[in-house]
Write a protein that binds this ligand. Sequence first.
Ligand SMILES: [Zn+2]
Length: 119
Amino acid sequence: MKKDSLLKLKLKLTKEKKDLEKVLSSFAKKDKKLPDDWDTKFPQFNGSLEESADEVEEFTNLLPLEAKLELQLLDVKRALKKVEMDSYGLCEKCGKKISEKRLKVLPEAKFCSRCANLL
Ligand SMILES: [Zn+2]
């Protein structure tokens, strides 16, 4: 991969990491004991019973979103680490190069399109 393409992908990943952390921190907080774990803030109950029910419902809706974003953030961080280790863009399953076209769409891709389709 050309150096400038790699640099562009790295920038994209760094931005994605920031964006994900921003979205996550809007409704979740970082777990102090587990550095890559986020916890959705549980609502404070000081309103009416009806309001509390709405808040619980919102909390329940946020949980799967939080899990999804957390996984995505992990993939992004992992990809950034791979950039540092010079192993970025290699499929984690077969070891072959992941196409640049695929990386442009999904810079945090762990597998080449062939392996990803088989998973
Ligand atoms: Zn592969």
